[in-house]
Design a protein. Structure first.
Length: 733
């Protein structure tokens, strides 16, 4: 074992997930024999080092313990096993250390000014006399306050990182842990490391379990088994399930925890008695999802049982006046929707593209206006709400804005005690709503309110747990109108025609001279298919249609992995479409100015939600802030929050719900076999406004069309609705 000391000059590669580092290290080569350092490295003055560091910045000085090795490809390098941060002692080291992005408000220029003024006393000033920074030109009192806060955080984060180092916790997560727990972070983790699973986005049970076992928590401990059970139920929720099957949870617990099933059953009994889980027959629930389903079922019962209102006008006559006013003729199903909602107060309106959901909505709005009722329009996401506003000419809010989310308390202001002040609530894109969001909404609806739920039940279900729209319709106890007729003007669109053909299990009609909005490109080689997608996005489509490829084209892939998976296509498209963008790197995250990015978790404080797409408009390396424009709203991200964003030149079909794009390109290869489903293909096609391009094989296309088996979701809302309503209410007429 040997020890060397030097400064990080260049980070060649750093994997934030496991800490693996390749860097160029500046050491005093006079102290190292030439035989060890190698001729080339001696000439460059830099030594390649390889090992693992939780966090690393250019300009930092380290003492490394390891050994010299001769790599067959890369030559002489130093492989280290242990490291210790050493504060820099040279002026150059100080400049690079402070200017590396370590402290918010201090970039390379400011760092140079500080070190030039204070010299080797710089760290002492930062540690003990920060007010002296006013002596440096361009540093005002306000900036000193930011620097002081960042410097104190940096010291405390370092303490947390040293503690977490042996557990391979990444820099980004260490910062999040510190932000969540502050100076009590280490004590909190020693007390209960499993709290990380619930409190820190991205940290799973296995990471927390590794920390726990290193801290001496026994594998058979009750705390560990209970945490494992909660993790299994949470993972089921991430897959869309509201509950877990008793035997399946025990089986998964045995595989995850490697403990006897008897211990898991004992823990389940204790958790049931303490109300940490809810048990109904063979179903196991986390209380959050159990009470959410219960709330939705009870509230729908209350709304539908409310005494009927006397309508003071002739509905048939009113519909005739509306038809003359808008120069349209309502279909029988559309008239049925207007009649049912006025009679029963709760209505589900479902149907595919081109079947008149928007026209029916406009008719309903006119009727409710006639009754002089206060109306609220809402949708699950910003993009869906914006589209609803455009089609109705009225303000539509996200459901979170309608419920007035309070980021300070982490709760909604609108609830049973402070309900929504509306007599009619119309919700669009209800297929996207999970059971938790619906539960929060119905709590805030006053008795007697008209509730209209609009959505396409044949699309993919919500990303979150539950199968809300499907369960309500399948219960057969809530009034439902299914629009099926494609209006004449929409029959000219192959997108709409083929969406319905696919939904009916038929092969789509392809390009004709008259209908030029649906294409199929045959290609069985995934790598060549990827190249063709790049060509379509960079040359063929932009040149032919004079469009912005980043804004107007969206790749929708069935999966993330593979040559035509979203991950690989994102890398290729970014390099092709955003070559000159200013780039930043933070651990394993890399973004460029003007990159197209997507939010991958609900962030209520920022009012951005899973699936929202935006463009990076600003990167501030000094303040460590990245700014994204989402549909005209600018949102700031601290660098430690960048794991909430991914590139979005290509996304999965699941993430596209509720969105519309001018041109959609969907790769379909037999390698995607497990994810080739009819509702996935149908959802992808219905995202396009002007053109759909399928690229792949007809075999894969047929597999998707014929596979009408959707992934089963464990939900109990349908049964609850039947129990609440079926014996007393009949909607057959």
């Amino acid at each position: 074992m040997e020890t060397i000391t030097g400064t990080i000059e260049k980070i060649v590669y750093h994997n934030e997930e496991n800490g693996y580092l390749i860097a160029r290290f500046n050491i005093d080569s006079k102290l190292i024999p030439e035989a060890k350092i190698g001729n080339q490295n001696r000439e460059e003055g830099l030594v390649p080092i390889v090992g693992k560091m939780v966090t690393v910045n250019v300009g930092e000085t380290y003492k490394l313990d390891g050994e010299w090795v001769n790599h067959p490809k890369y030559g002489r390098q130093f492989n280290f096993d242990n490291y210790q941060l050493v504060l820099p002692t040279s002026l150059l080291g100080l400049k690079r250390y402070l200017g590396s992005g370590l402290i918010k408000g201090v970039g390379p220029v400011t760092a140079d000014k500080i070190v030039h003024h204070f010299g080797l006393q710089t760290l002492e000033v930062l540690e003990n006399n920060l007010s002296r920074l006013t002596e440096v030109e361009g540093i005002a009192e306000k900036k000193i306050q930011r620097i002081q806060k960042s410097w104190e955080e940096h010291k405390e984060i370092r303490r947390v990182m040293i503690f977490l180092q042996s557990y391979q916790i990444t820099t980004g997560y260490a910062v999040k842990i510190f932000k969540a727990y502050g100076n009590a972070a280490i004590e909190k983790l020693k007390e209960n490391p499993y709290c990380l699973v619930d409190d820190i986005f991205g940290i799973g049970f296995k990471t927390a379990d590794r920390i726990a076992q290193n801290l001496g928590i026994e594998p058979n401990s009750l705390a560990r088994i209970k945490a494992g059970i909660k993790y299994i139920l949470s993972e089921l929720a991430n897959q869309g399930h509201c509950y877990g099957d008793f035997q399946e949870v025990i089986k998964q617990g045995n595989e995850l925890l490697k403990v006897e099933e008897a211990l898991i059953e004992k823990a389940l009994l204790l958790m049931k008695n303490s109300k940490e889980i809810i048990v109904e027959e063979e179903r196991l629930w986390l209380p959050l999802y159990y009470y959410a389903e219960l709330e939705v079922g009870k509230k729908l019962r209350e709304l539908i049982r409310f005494p009927q209102q006397v309508i003071n006008f002739d509905l048939s006559e009113r519909i005739n006046l509306l038809e003359k006013k808008h120069n349209i003729i309502f279909a029988t199903e559309q008239k049925e929707a207007m009649e049912k909602v006025l009679r029963h107060r709760v209505l589900v309106l479902t149907g595919g593209p081109g079947t008149g959901k928007t026209t029916t909505t406009l008719g309903l709005l006119d009727l409710f206006n006639e009754l002089q009722l206060k109306i609220a329009l809402a949708a699950p996401t910003g993009r869906a709400a914006k589209r609803m506003s455009e089609t109705t000419g009225r303000e539509a809010k996200t459901i979170h804005r309608l419920l007035e989310y309070d980021p300070k308390s982490g709760t909604f202001t609108k609830d049973a005690e402070n309900p929504i002040k509306a007599e009619v609530i119309i919700l669009d894109e209800v297929s996207m709503m999970d059971i938790l969001l619906m539960s929060n909404l119905v709590k805030a609806i006053r008795p007697g309110t008209f509730l209209v739920l609009i959505g396409d039940v044949d699309q993919l279900p919500s990303v979150g747990p539950g199968n809300l729209l499907r369960d309500i319709i399948d219960s057969e106890v809530i009034p439902v109108v299914r629009l099926t007729k494609i209006f004449r003007q929409d029959q000219e669109s192959l997108i709409i025609v083929n969406a319905h053909r696919v939904n009916e299990g038929k092969f789509p009609l392809l390009y004709t001279k008259k209908k030029k909005d649906f294409y199929f490109i045959e290609e069985d080689n995934p790598a060549k298919a990827a190249d063709k997608i790049i060509h379509l996005c960079t040359r063929q489509l932009p040149y032919k249609y004079r469009i912005n490829p980043v804004e107007d084209i969206q790749i929708l892939s069935p999966m993330y992995k593979g040559e035509v998976g979203a991950d690989n296509l994102n890398h290729k498209l970014r390099e092709a479409l955003n070559k000159k963008g200013k780039q930043m790197k933070w651990g394993s995250h890399s973004f460029k100015l003007n990159d197209k990015v997507m939010q991958i978790k609900n962030d209520y404080s920022k009012e951005v939600f899973n699936g929202d797409i935006g463009r990076i408009k600003q990167i501030d390396l000094e303040e460590q802030i990245l700014q994204v424009d989402f549909y005209g709203k600018r949102v700031n991200y601290d660098f430690s929050e960048l794991n909430e964003l991914v590139l979005a030149y290509a996304i999965t079909v699941h993430k596209s719900q509720g969105s519309e794009y001018h041109i959609v390109i969907i790769p379909l290869m037999t390698q995607h076999y497990l994810l080739l489903q009819r509702n996935l293909l149908y959802t992808g096609i219905t995202r396009a406004k002007q053109m759909v391009i399928l690229i792949g094989t007809k075999k894969a296309l047929w597999i998707a069309i014929k596979n009408n088996k959707t992934f089963h979701r464990n939900t109990w809302l349908k049964e609850r609705l039947k129990r609440f309503l079926a014996p007393e209410i009949n909607y057959s007429n």
